[in-house]
Unconditional design. Structure first.
Length: 44
């Protein structure tokens, strides 16, 4: 979950090849919150 609604982008990618991952994350993707709570935070 997150505290503020809106759009989020990838900042740290532990799946990147730099960290020994497979590079499966698309960094241009935009992730939007929904109005349902998760882990005691109001947006998910």
């Amino acid at each position: 979950g997150c505290r503020k609604p809106g759009m989020y982008k990838v900042v740290l990618d532990s799946d990147a090849g730099l960290f020994g991952g497979f590079g499966r994350i698309h960094h241009a993707a935009e992730h939007f919150t929904t109005d349902c709570s998760h882990d005691n935070r109001p947006h998910s």
